[in-house]
Ligand binder design. Sequence first.
Ligand code: CA
Length: 188
Amino acid sequence: MKLNDIGFVSPLLDANRMADLLTKLKNLPWANGDDHEKRVGEMLDEYGIVYTYQPNGTQNFPDYEIPTRWGTINLECKSSQNAKPMYNSGRPHAGGLYVFTSKKYNETTLFWGDDVLTLDKRELYDRMLLEMKDVLVRYQALPEWQDERGFDFYLREMYTQSGTAEYTDYFTHKDRPTCEQNVFNFFK
Ligand SMILES: [Ca+2]
């Protein structure tokens, strides 16, 4: 099957079916990470949606790469005991569609990575990382950096969210309705 044909397979994944699927995803009760990921895959199957599962490996974004008539969708499943997901070393991806389920609320919410991490903040992170890498390179260039055991160093990114619920709770956040609506609006 040509890539162009995908999304036009029977049954047709049109805007209505997509909205239907998104509603079902949004209404999911909590499940732990593995189960959450699996049930989302089963829902994609139910809708006859063609996808590639973990195209970049098990630990990497995204969980499901889905060619659609709206372009390639990178869908990422997140699950947490609490009200915010863990991103670890991968910041929320621009263009990533997140399906985040919380045990605390026994609810699921949908958002685009762009809507939770602004472009301005991404650029700020990038500027900081460049400076940090520059510091590391300067130290590594010092003659005394070399020792007889080969001890070296590398920087690892770790993205966290801190602050009160007003900032960090994905379910009570003032922007939650807008974030969810932006997901639905994209597929119109
Ligand atoms: Ca995941």
